[in-house]
Design a protein around this ligand. Structure first.
Ligand code: ATP
Length: 216
């Protein structure tokens, strides 16, 4: 049973950095599927600029033509903060034996100790860390200790157990962030070649990221 990749994020908006990462992991780690899970109410950051329904629809538009990509709207439907641990508990109940791989960029991984019940994540899923520009794996502190105990360089370890290992995978470095995209859109610039064309069109149609009242 090949693993299910779970790619959570605010996706405000989704961009080619997310998509290329998911695409490379899908093939390299032999995932059955990468599920994008947009956060309804992301707990560790400012309120997103786009509402959850729009961010979800942008993800749907972005992945529509890619086999092996899927979107999971449970965090958008669920009330309250979008804690990853709740999502993983639900998925584990649905897939009792299947390997689950929570995909995180290195920046997100470094913030893991601030996550709700973060010590409960690894018993539920593996963690796959996509290396991002400018970030290094921690060697000290709780994450350094966790890596020393749980890190593996064997992809097969992600297939042979349902949860519990950490794997760091270098991905093509695309220095794109949603923050930079929001700034660019607020300045009236064109996001062409940073986001899929369908996402660009949807952003343009809603005007969501350019409305002055919603600029940060
Ligand atoms: P923001 O700038 O608003 O914080 P972001 O671009 O980092 O957004 P998120 O939706 O917060 O996007 O990220 C979702 C996940 O995707 C996180 O695990 C993050 O580390 C990862 N990620 C974001 N951008 C990239 C990128 N360019 N390459 C690889 N991973 C990325």
């Amino acid at each position: 049973m090949n693993p299910l990749g779970i790619f959570g994020g605010t996706f405000d908006p989704i961009h080619f950095g997310h998509l290329r990462t998911a695409f490379e992991l899908l093939a390299a780690l032999r995932f059955d599927e990468v599920r994008f899970v947009p956060a309804g109410n992301p707990p560790h950051r400012d309120t997103p600029l786009a509402d959850a329904a729009l961010r979800l629809s942008l993800v749907q538009a972005a992945i529509a033509d890619q086999p092996g990509f899927a979107v999971d709207d449970r965090e958008v439907r669920r009330a309250g903060p979008s804690y990853a641990v709740l999502t993983l508990r639900e998925l584990r109940a649905e897939f009792p034996a299947r390997p689950l791989c929570l995909v995180l960029g290195m920046d997100a991984f470094l913030g893991l100790p601030q996550w709700h019940e973060w010590r409960d994540l690894l018993p539920l899923a593996h963690i796959v860390v996509a290396h991002r520009p400018g970030w290094r794996a921690p060697v000290e502190g709780p994450l350094g200790e966790l890596l020393a105990a749980r890190r593996t360089d064997r992809i097969d370890d992600l297939h042979e157990a349902p949860a519990g290992r950490i794997y760091i995978h270098p991905v093509t470095q695309l220095e794109i962030s949603s923050t930079d995209l929001r700034d660019l859109l607020a300045a009236g610039q064109d996001p062409r070649y940073l986001v899929p064309e369908a996402v660009r069109q949807a952003i343009r149609a809603t005007g969501c990221y350019t409305r002055p009242s919603t600029q940060r």
